[in-house]
Design a protein around this ligand. Structure first.
Ligand SMILES: [Zn+2]
Length: 214
């Protein structure tokens, strides 16, 4: 997690959707990490307007930068009104499912149903293209599905990552970011060592110093 300080509320700082570190290891988790510190005084929400979803999608490579003007203009169209609410609903489902999987559950039936509905909506506009690993979903055009389709496809792969013990939650204070541990010995602990890891290290150092030198 980056960007949280003592006094920030979820709406008190500019959205950083377009510059957030993409450390989740997979699209669904990078998308889940567009908020942090949920439930704490340090809660940050980076998806507050449809344009923030576009900024993140561009950052994550889901939108062709050449078409950015077209995307931005399209936000005025009725067809794009569903983008932000569907994105936020999908993000909430991804977070819940990931936490359930890490707790050893297979996810709530309602969340699986929500993923299925979004997959059906997006699948109706997607195509399958050959790739070295088989077929790959592909979306094009200026529509919510071009952004949400790849996210929901990434989300339904989470159980596989969880089964391999690679799905993790950063233990950083007021963080809550999710990530895939792709390290050989599955030893990755932090979303970003230089942020949450160093903060924890610094707190340990301060405590030790305090105890040694009261
Ligand atoms: Zn973290």
């Amino acid at each position: 997690m980056t960007g949280a300080t003592e006094s920030q509320g979820p709406l008190s700082v500019p959205s950083r959707a377009g510059v957030l570190p993409l450390v989740g290891g997979t699209l669904a988790l990078d998308f889940a990490n567009t908020t942090s510190g949920i439930g704490s005084a340090h809660w940050l929400e980076h998806l507050r307007q449809p344009v923030h979803v576009l900024a993140w999608a561009l950052h994550a490579g889901l939108i062709d930068p050449v078409a950015l003007t077209e995307w931005t203009e399209a936000l005025a169209d009725a067809a794009m009104e569903s983008l932000l609410p569907r994105a936020l609903a999908l993000r909430a489902v991804i977070r819940r499912v990931a936490l359930d999987l890490m707790a050893g559950n297979s996810g709530a039936a309602a969340d699986r149903a929500a993923l299925a509905i979004e997959l059906q909506r997006c699948g109706g506009t997607g195509t399958l293209k050959p790739s070295p690993d088989g077929y790959q979903w592909h979306w094009q055009g200026v529509a919510p599905e071009t952004i949400l389709g790849p996210l929901v496809v990434s989300a339904i792969a989470l159980p596989r990552w969880s089964a391999e013990g690679r799905l993790k939650l950063c233990p950083g204070e007021q963080c809550g970011w999710l990530f895939m541990d792709l390290s050989k010995n599955r030893s990755r602990r932090w979303c970003e060592m230089q942020v949450c890891g160093n903060r924890a290290k610094s707190r340990r150092y301060q405590r030790a110093r305090h105890q040694a030198d009261p």
